[in-house]
Design a protein around this ligand. Structure first.
Ligand code: DUC
Ligand code: ZN
Ligand code: ZN
Length: 474
């Protein structure tokens, strides 16, 4: 069994920070030791371990957990351009050691066939551990019955869409029935909360008026339709008593809806994503020519973004928002985003960020918006608790998987022009971002997979994680 000692670092958890050395035996954490006891006090332990990692002056944090990714997802007439292999490797470079991806059942297909397909794509290809949520695109008696079996499969959450009529859309009656299953089983209902039927009319009217550039993607997806759908989902969850998790919140008005539900005591949770914390409709979607296509995603980047961003950061600090995922759904510019050159409605929706989430959130610490403990909570500990992985993941404690990141707060990461990232994309939505901080070393179940500028992992290292129910329910 390989033993590793991470010495001299500051171990950060959601509840505090402590100077401690971390001893790893095989794929698990064996213990946290007082600094210095290792070489002298424990009979020369430092000499007897197989590997010593010097973390002096650095943070030692549990590996990032990104609970919202779409590797190789068929969508928008094409498919997301990161495979499970390329996308999980890029995640590792950025300090993420677990992803939860979305298996898909489309209308007319069987739920378990969708899940089997995603297993086939992921199995043997991932660099890091992974789990699945299940998208239910066709709620009927059959899928409702099968959903009750998802916990046996280690899939404890399903996602519904109030957007995309004719693709993934569920109407209120279908949502209500699915939520009743959620309430009965404890499965988390995840919701894309935008009023798709109304947005599609607005988009068609803009297109008819010749407003066809990427900018109008953002104009068509008005914040009112995010607020309205968020409120409707919350009311449906109140009646059914289903736990509810709103994905990719971008509008401050939706944050307010979530906050109000939480203050009433409802089991309502929400995530936001880095793009909504940093990017804007005017500057990004409105970039010259067709450039704005790089930032077409849904929910969209918002106008007067600073007002929304301040509320999102406030929500992250206060707990109104529970965590930050990426909604990693990458499409190349050439050949994919270009499909919508003449009509924004044909631009595949999605941004790639799986490599940058931990770094981008760390900027919130640098800017004084969140504490270093809250950073760890938002990128690792809460995702683990929210989606039934805590104890094994999301914490540095004896018995937990040794998924660990050594993060240098004095390091620097440039997301420069050109290919300075590892995602399988021909551009980056984050080009030009300069990050204070750097992912130095990443361990996945005790194996060093990132060592400075070297990737030491391998395709197939990652294992499927059977998840338990969310830990946020009483
Ligand atoms: N919603 C998602 O959650 N992911 C990709 C596209 C979308 O609209
Ligand atoms: Zn969505
Ligand atoms: Zn998504």
């Amino acid at each position: 069994m390989t033993t590793t000692l991470i010495k001299g670092g500051t171990v950060v958890s959601a509840t505090g920070r402590v100077q401690a050395d971390v001893l790893i035996e095989g794929d698990r954490i064996a213990g946290l030791l007082q600094p210095g006891t290792t070489s002298a006090g424990l009979g020369g332990l430092e000499q007897s371990v197989d590997r010593v990692i010097d973390a002096t002056g650095k943070y030692v944090i549990p590996g990032g957990i990104d609970p919202h990714t779409h590797m190789q997802m068929p969508f928008g007439g094409t498919e997301a351009c990161d495979t499970f292999e390329t996308g999980t490797r890029a995640a590792a470079w950025g300090g993420t050691t677990t992803i939860i991806d979305f298996a898909i059942q489309r209308y007319g297909e069987r739920v378990m066939d969708g899940l089997a397909q995603w297993h086939e794509w992921a199995n043997g290809n991932c660099a890091i551990d992974y789990g699945f949520h299940q998208i239910i695109g066709g709620i009927d008696d059959d899928s409702l019955a099968v959903m009750r079996r998802l916990p046996e499969e280690g899939v404890t959450s399903f996602k519904l869409f109030m957007a995309y009529p004719g693709v993934f859309y569920s109407d209120d009656a279908q949502i209500f029935k699915a939520m009743q299953v959620g309430a009965e089983t404890g499965l988390m209902t995840m919701m894309h909360a935008e009023n798709g039927p109304v947005i599609d009319i607005l988009a068609a009217q803009l297109a008819d008026a010749g407003k066809l550039s990427p900018y109008y993607h953002g104009i068509s997806r008005v914040w009112q339709m995010e607020e309205e759908a968020t409120h409707r989902a919350i009311m449906l969850s109140d009646v059914t008593k289903a736990p509810l998790y709103i994905v990719h919140v971008s509008a401050k008005q939706a944050v307010a809806q979530v906050a109000a539900a939480r203050s009433r005591g409802q089991n309502v949770f929400a995530e936001t994503c880095p793009q909504y914390l940093y990017l804007s409709l005017e500057e990004n979607l409105g970039a010259p020519g067709f450039e704005g296509a790089k930032w077409v995603c849904s929910t969209p980047l918002r106008s007067r973004a600073e007002e929304h961003q301040n509320e999102l950061w406030r929500g992250l600090r206060t707990g109104e928002l529970s965590l930050v995922s990426t909604d990693h759904c990458p499409f190349c510019f050439k050949g994919q985003k270009e499909m919508g050159k003449d009509d924004f409605r044909a631009i595949p929706n999605g941004i790639g960020s799986v490599e940058h989430r931990v770094d981008l959130l760390y900027q919130g610490v640098v800017e004084g918006r969140i504490t270093v403990e809250r950073w760890v909570e938002l990128v690792s500990t809460t995702p683990a608790r929210m989606f039934g992985l805590y104890g094994k993941k999301g914490v540095i404690a004896p018995g937990a998987d040794a998924d660990i990141v050594v993060y240098d707060p004095n390091g620097h990461t440039s997301i420069g022009m050109g290919k300075t990232h590892h995602m399988n994309m021909d551009h980056s939505a984050w080009e030009g971002f300069e990050i204070d901080g750097h992912v130095d070393t990443v361990l996945s179940r005790g194996k060093v997979i990132i060592d400075g500028n070297e990737y030491l992992g391998a395709k197939g290292d990652g294992q499927f994680l059977k998840r338990g129910l969310t830990q946020y329910l009483t």
